[in-house]
Design a protein around this ligand. Structure first.
Ligand SMILES: Nc1nc2c(ncn2[C@@H]2O[C@H](COP(=O)(O)OP(=O)(O)OP(=O)(O)O)[C@@H](O)[C@H]2O)c(=O)[nH]1
Length: 606
């Protein structure tokens, strides 16, 4: 039950003061707290065990305590324990109190006494006392394994009993409900008829009793009970199989044996399930490291595994460790980022009207010189403008790539540290530090590449001259008077805004445009190739060794306590391990006990 496995139990329910505790007292032959107000304020589990010695042994178990007591003090001890669990007032609690009674002659029974149901709160009780008690009762009578012992006072009309209404909610046909009618001595009139009519559908039948009254001894009470049902003119009509505490004890032992044997296979299944779940949870718990040597070996193994995974993902493009997680397929994702980068550079252009930027540049670079020479500085100025327009794109691309690599590295590290969370934070810190410095270096190199392009227009690629000539071939069309003219590579262009410019300026500007256009193609290709190779190199260096070295430095850092600090386990994990170990040993023990019982049943069935 401690492990949340429902065991078959006999749950005693009844309206307030119906005589529940008195019935249990009669069965156990010991005094329990009795009274006319609310007495039972917490679930009281009474475990009766017949034992051979004449001395009885009584023990109370609650919260984390085990308290020994004896027959004369048990009622007081129960009241004190109840006060401790539910407070001194009239409050109630779900926390159970267990009373173990080992006594000669008692039936082997385990029963749970629950607070009596009352609609009206008595002085000092919370307004919602009915709901609180109903909740407790429902919790215990709902499981199919529970047998409901419904205690009804002979003095009341059974259909009006709250306890009947509640047990009917969970056991409509009454097949797991047994009724005990108390106070038969107080209301003998019509009792025979009442139990025979069975208006409230009690599947397991009725047993009428007369409990101990006042200071009577149990023996005295039993004798008076026997006499009552034998001699009373009205009560003697009730069948003898339906009267008296001894009959009740016998019926309960029988019912308990039946439900236990019916529920055992299911209980075994539940124990096994719980056991398996706990064992696998224990196996999955972070491992405990007991020595520095073990910590170093484990650490180096994790570092090695992480490096291997990163090489596969970042360099070799092998994704068998993450077949379904596309975000971890790095070579492909980085290639996509590179494609996007190359697109972004290509579309970065100025917003001026056709040829206007070139004309403005020519205006500003004119000098006292021959007119048919294109000034070199004009091309240079135009090149600078183009580079300025795209200057941020390469650095942003590098940042994006390394941010992405960081998420992959962290995921890999976290995965390999799953069972050793004490390594995780150190490794992720090291990875982040390293990536940030690699990112910085990488950005510097890329900015250098951009800077280089500003130095001078140069290429040995023959494509430049070929493309320039191809574009320039349409230069003659600038002489046309049409507002839209065909300019080959540039398409059909509306040139009405150029009408007032002399043809010489227009031709020079177009020549400049053809040159820069042909050259820009070369620049983009060169830049993308160069940045891509540079990136590949830094990723490779990172995956091949830099990362490992950084992590080892971070973890071995003597100032921070070195590798020893990894031996310290998280308290929550240690607690969980302890709890699981305890639970596993308890479940194994229970499994052995249940197996023994089932063997006994099998033998007796044979
Ligand atoms: N005459 C007579 N009185 C009884 C009998 N059974 C119980 N009583 C009395 O009825 C009163 C209530 O009995 P309890 O056993 O305390 O009832 P309970 O249902 O356990 O009470 P709560 O747990 O407080 O709801 C006590 O004073 C008992 O002595 C009986 O068979 N005959």
């Amino acid at each position: 039950m401690q492990e949340g496995i429902q065991l078959p139990t006999i749950v005693v329910v009844g309206d307030q003061s119906s005589g529940k505790s008195s019935v249990l007292e009669s069965l156990a032959g010991i005094s329990l707290p009795r009274g006319d107000g609310i007495c039972t304020r917490v679930p009281l589990v009474i475990r009766l065990q017949n034992h051979a010695q004449s001395d009885s042994l009584l023990q109370l178990e609650y919260l984390t305590k085990v308290v020994s007591t004896d027959e004369s003090n048990v009622a007081i001890a129960i009241n004190l324990a109840t006060d401790e669990i539910a407070g001194n007032g009239k409050g109630i609690s779900h926390t159970p109190l267990t009373l173990v009674v080992k006594k000669n002659g008692v039936p082997d029974l385990t029963m749970i006494d629950l607070p009596g149901i009352t609609r009206v709160p008595v002085h000092g009780q919370p307004e919602d006392i009915y709901e609180q008690i109903s909740d407790i009762i429902m919790e215990f009578i709902k499981p199919e394994e529970s047998i409901i012992l419904n205690v009804l006072s002979a003095t009341v009309d059974f259909p009006t009993c709250e306890s009947i209404r509640m047990s009917q909610l969970v056991d409509k046909t009454g097949e797991r409900t047994l009724a005990v009618v108390t106070k038969s001595d107080k209301a003998p009139d019509g009792l025979h008829e009442k139990v025979m009519a069975d208006d409230v559908k009690i599947g397991l039948g009725y047993v009428c009793v007369r409990n101990r009254i006042g200071d009577e001894s149990y023996e005295e009470a039993r004798m008076k009970e026997t006499k009552l049902f034998q001699a009373h003119p009205l009560l003697k009509k009730i069948d003898k199989s339906m009267v008296g505490v001894p009959v009740l004890a016998k019926r309960l032992v029988q019912i308990q044996a039946n439900i236990i044997s019916k529920c055992l296979p299911d209980i075994v299944k539940k124990i096994n399930m719980k056991l398996n779940a706990n064992v696998s949870e224990l196996n999955n718990l972070p491992r405990k490291l007991s020595s520095v040597a073990e910590a170093i070996t484990t650490f180096m193994r994790i570092v090695g595994l992480s490096r291997e995974s990163l090489k596969k993902l970042l360099v070799r493009g092998e994704f068998e460790e993450y077949p379904d997680d596309k975000s971890m397929h790095c070579t492909a994702r980085v290639a996509e980022l590179l494609d996007k980068f190359s697109e972004d550079i290509k579309i970065s252009s100025d917003n001026n009207s056709f040829l206007m930027t070139e004309i403005e540049v020519l205006e500003e670079t004119k000098a006292i010189a021959l007119p048919n020479f294109l000034p070199r500085s004009a091309f240079q100025a135009l090149l600078h403008l183009k580079i300025k327009a795209m200057a941020e794109i390469p650095a942003n691309f590098i940042a994006k790539v390394w941010d992405y690599v960081e998420t992959v590295v962290i995921a890999v590290v976290v995965h390999h540290c799953e069972k050793y969370p004490q390594f995780q934070s150190h490794m992720t810190v090291a990875a982040r530090n390293l990536i940030s410095s690699v990112k910085e270096k990488s950005t510097e190199r890329v900015l250098e590449i951009v800077e280089m392009e500003k130095l001078a227009g140069y290429t040995c690629d023959p494509q430049y001259l070929a493309e320039w000539k191809k574009h320039l071939a349409y230069s003659g069309n600038l002489n046309q008077n049409n507002s839209v003219i065909n300019l080959g590579f540039f398409g059909n262009i509306n040139v009405s805004h150029l009408m007032n410019y002399p043809i010489g300026i227009k031709s020079e500007a177009f020549d400049l445009k053809c040159r820069i256009t042909a050259y820009w193609e070369v620049v983009i290709k060169r830049m993308v190739d160069c940045i891509a190779l540079q990136l590949l190199l830094s990723i490779q260096r990172f995956a091949n060794g830099e990362m490992e070295a950084e992590i080892v430095n971070e973890v071995m850092d003597m100032k921070e306590g070195g590798i020893e600090r990894l031996l310290i386990e998280m308290p929550s994990v240690a607690l969980k391990r302890e709890r699981l170990k305890k639970s596993i040993s308890l479940l194994k023990e229970s499994r052995a006990v249940v197996a023994k019982i089932m063997d006994k049943i099998a033998v007796s069935d044979d």
